[in-house]
Design a protein around this ligand. Sequence first.
Ligand code: ROI
Length: 167
Amino acid sequence: MTPSNPWFEAYIGLGSNLGDPIHTIASARLAIAGLADVEEIAFSPLYGSRPVGPQDQPDYVNAVMRIKTRLSAPNLLKQLQGIENAHGRVRSVRWGARTLDLDILLYDQQLINQPDLIVPHPELPNRAFVLHPLADVADSDLPIPGKGRLAELLTACPADGLKRIAQ
Ligand code: ROI
């Protein structure tokens, strides 16, 4: 019998601003939870948010999912890209509108610096649409490797333009 990998905790950011974002986020959640070697631990409320970056695009719906997984970070990324593609994601305009964006925000307490995968997500400290839903599913003293504790980052990043969507 081959020993299986240990379980790691990871946090995934979900965002959508094309089509039916609420439906897309719900569908992506099911797809992630349905992956082999992935289990959902918690899912944040949905937030409506003003676009960061170019303003000539619709508002976003954002959420954060906390999982445990036996997939390596690169394998998890590959699976998430498959789910993005299955939801009609076309990679074209940088910072443009998208049907579904899935980002690995944190993977265990690891610092990963590869051409296609940087963890923690480099923009995490600047993005209210990530930090606030993250705080809904993580301990406030969660260390964000290289960046400080979640509570400190939250204090420095006001929830401008962020609205909980009633469900
Ligand atoms: N802005 C918001 N509010 N939410 C996102 O998920 C999001 N994603 C992006 C950019 C274009 C940077 N802006 C965003 O990729």
